[in-house]
Design a protein around this ligand. Structure first.
Ligand code: NAD
Ligand code: UDP
Length: 312
């Protein structure tokens, strides 16, 4: 049955892919965004679709709409952008969650929060299971994001317990793919853009820190399954294949055929040393696991950036 779906942060990287999937499935989509890191070009192809509506709005302000489901994705996700105005990032996570949960309560809509592996901080448990409470610095430069997202999870659970709101919490691990911002500073987009431009590939620290990269299509599939399951979460959605940043750089150099050399820059404060999701809960509850190998996902992401850079 067609539903009216609100996607906050819908003009961003993940939000725009979710808009596509929801429209393809025959739903009505309200895409809400303040364009801090999102771009109209991510959703231009949907603007003339009769089931698609675009709203410029900031979720730190309340809004009245009639909806069946809410995907709350609005929040800058890359360290450069979330640290640019740290207080605003916290407001987006906390006041935004309160406003969206209030809307869900009034309309009896089901609501999903795009949370993050950052709630585990620099983890002492490896791989990270949902039951792990994390190892997070409350006063560092990443705290506006990490603690903002942790507070949003608390609010989701309290609105569920206290007001019976139908909530879902998804803990997203590093996700990449077409429509990432070329200048958002995240590692996959940085390395690809640097390789394509023949610039030095900037590895922070010695490059031995690890991340587990999930392709966007796999992420969106997990998100939709969680929203439509009976499990409230939190559930980890990510790819358990773990790589060092050095391995990532080498693979991108190989796939692009670039002549770029690797250079090393200082490691940012509180940069987690390792991160890998335990996805047994997602497998058991959602029958979900990622399908896209890093090589395959990087190839389509490189093709996207090649086109992007040639049009500039
Ligand atoms: P993104 O920056 O591309 O998208 C975020 C979107 O939210 C942008 O369109 C931005 O303009 C919008 N936005 C920001 N603040 C807003 C506000 N106050 N009001 C309305 N709109 C606002 O990032 P993304 O990678 O697509 O991330 C989407 C969500 O997933 C975020 O909540 C992020 O924290 C979460 N997440 C992403 C990753 C990842 O690796 N991509 C990992 C963990 C969690
Ligand atoms: N990183 C890097 N070079 C870059 C950008 C990032 O070596 O140009 C490193 C960063 O220090 C971190 C990892 O890559 O260890 C992932 O960084 P990103 O900002 O993509 O995500 P997060 O740290 O939030 O997982």
């Amino acid at each position: 049955m067609s539903q009216r779906i609100l996607i906050t942060g819908g003009a961003g990287f993940l939000g725009s892919h979710l808009c596509d999937r929801m429209i393809d499935a025959g739903n009505e989509v309200i895409c809400l965004d303040n364009y801090f890191t999102g771009r109209r070009q991510n959703i231009t192809h949907l603007l003339d679709h009769p089931n698609f509506e675009l709203l410029r709005h900031d979720i730190i302000d309340p809004i009245k709409l009639e909806v069946d489901q809410i995907y709350n994705l609005a929040c800058p996700a890359s360290p450069i952008h979330y640290q640019y105005n740290a207080i605003k990032t916290m407001k987006t996570s906390v006041m935004g969650a309160i406003n969206m949960l209030g809307l869900a309560r009034r309309t009896k809509a089901r609501i999903l929060q795009a949370s993050t592996s950052e709630v585990y901080g620099d983890p002492l448990m490896h791989p990270q299971k949902e039951g792990y409470w994390g190892h997070v610095n409350p006063i560092g430069i990443r705290s506006c994001y990490d603690e903002g997202k942790r507070c949003a999870e608390t609010l989701f659970m309290d609105y569920k317990r206290q007001n019976g709101v139908d909530t879902r919490i998804m803990r997203i691990f590093n996700t990449y793919g077409p429509r990432m911002n070329a200048d958002d500073g995240r590692v996959v987009s940085n390395f690809i853009v640097q390789a394509l431009r023949g610039e030095e590939i900037t590895i922070y620290g010695d490059g031995s820190q690890t991340r587990s990269f999930c392709y966007c299509d796999d992420n969106i599939e997990g998100m939709i399954r969680l929203m439509n399951s009976d499990h409230p979460g939190p559930i980890n959605i990510g790819n358990p294949n773990e790589f060092t940043m050095l391995e990532l750089a080498e693979q991108i150099i190989e796939l692009t055929g670039s002549l770029s050399k690797i250079s090393h820059l200082p490691l940012p404060q509180d940069d987690p040393k390792q991160r890998q999701p335990d996805i047994s809960l997602a497998k058991a509850e959602l029958d979900w696991e990622p399908k896209t190998e890093l090589r395959e996902g990087l190839t389509s992401t490189i093709a996207y950036f090649e086109k992007e850079l040639s049009e500039k």
